[in-house]
Design a protein around this ligand. Structure first.
Ligand SMILES: Nc1ncnc2c1ncn2[C@@H]1O[C@H](COP(=O)(O)OP(=O)(O)OP(=O)(O)O)[C@@H](O)[C@H]1O
Length: 281
């Protein structure tokens, strides 16, 4: 689904939170939203879901305005940092919950739960209670649940923040793999510039409720339009080597990669595979 925000404005409690925010996420793209705390990133996702209706502008899905469509009919799924599973239900029942809400038969719910648990590598966990799972496993259940009803878009609000660095890296790879498998239009809020660079087709940078730059990871690195963008990508700003389409080089990239020492590295994004880091030295 192609998702577009057009000139969105929103005030809360007399304070302007979003101002003239416009961007388009093409069908199947993965987009990250970066920016300082309070920039309006989460609020932007809430406008997409309809949880917070905007005061100005419009939201369209495949060119059709959804401003009058209530949240539960917008058919977008959201994954949060705090995982929000149902503790009294099994893992499989959690995953199948959105289907139960739609009156899908028990047999079909079970089939989809099995498929989704396989997709997030939790086969064999179907009958467990969610409190018996680790934080990383619970986040994988949340992802499986979000995707179970095949939503038109997946919104992720700092989904990895509560996880340690190794788990974060596993989850980044899993989310990238799920995005490619299901070809789902995805928007992720993150504080982590490297995460945004590694995972995204397009990066949106917000500041003070405005979208101050939108570009590919390569454009954000090579042509930061604002000092805030340059500072954010500071650790990745020592560009080295040739820059070619789909491949760019940068120094001191902090993306965890067990086989890469602290040093110059190339971040490689190839369509159809998980991005990887390749040491230059
Ligand atoms: N319901 C609300 N009422 C009043 N102000 C709000 C409300 N929700 C958010 N805000 C304010 O709107 C601004 C943007 O909040 P938002 O959560 O979108 O920022 P963010 O960029 O996601 O920040 P963070 O990275 O810290 O999560 C903040 O100043 C916040 O205090």
């Amino acid at each position: 689904m192609r998702l577009a925000l057009e000139n969105i404005g929103l005030s809360l409690g007399g304070k302007e939170i979003l101002s003239d925010v416009s961007f388009t996420v093409e069908d199947g793209q993965f987009v990250s939203i970066l920016g300082e705390s309070g920039a309006g990133k989460s609020t932007t996702l809430k406008v997409v879901t309809g949880i917070l209706p905007q005061d100005a502008g419009r939201v369209t899905f495949d060119g059709v305005c959804v401003d009058d469509v209530p949240t539960h009919r917008r058919d977008v799924a959201m994954v949060f940092q705090d995982i929000r599973l149902f503790p009294h239900m099994s893992v499989a029942d959690n995953v199948a919950f959105p289907l139960r809400m739609r009156g899908v038969s028990k047999a079909e719910r079970q089939r989809v739960a099995d498929e989704m648990l396989e997709a997030v590598r939790l086969e064999g966990f179907a009958r467990r209670r969610t409190f018996e799972l680790s934080g990383g496993q619970q986040q994988r259940v949340a992802l499986a649940r979000a995707l179970a009803a095949r939503p038109k878009a997946l919104l992720l609000d700092e989904p990895f923040s509560g996880l340690d660095e190794q788990l974060r890296d596993d989850m980044r790879r899993l989310v990238t793999a799920l995005h490619e498998r299901f070809s789902i239009t995805s928007v992720m809020v993150t504080h982590d510039p490297d995460e945004a660079l590694v995972m995204s087709d397009l990066v949106l940078f917000m500041s003070g409720g405005r979208l101050i730059q939108a570009g590919t990871p390569r454009e954000m690195l090579l042509s930061p339009a604002h000092e805030a963008v340059r500072t954010c990508f500071n650790d990745s700003s020592a560009i080295q080597g040739d820059v070619a389409d789909g491949v760019f080089a940068c120094g001191r990239l902090r993306v965890p990669a067990p086989d890469v020492a602290d040093g110059p590295a190339v971040l490689v994004r190839v369509p159809g595979r998980v991005p990887f880091v390749h040491a230059l030295a």
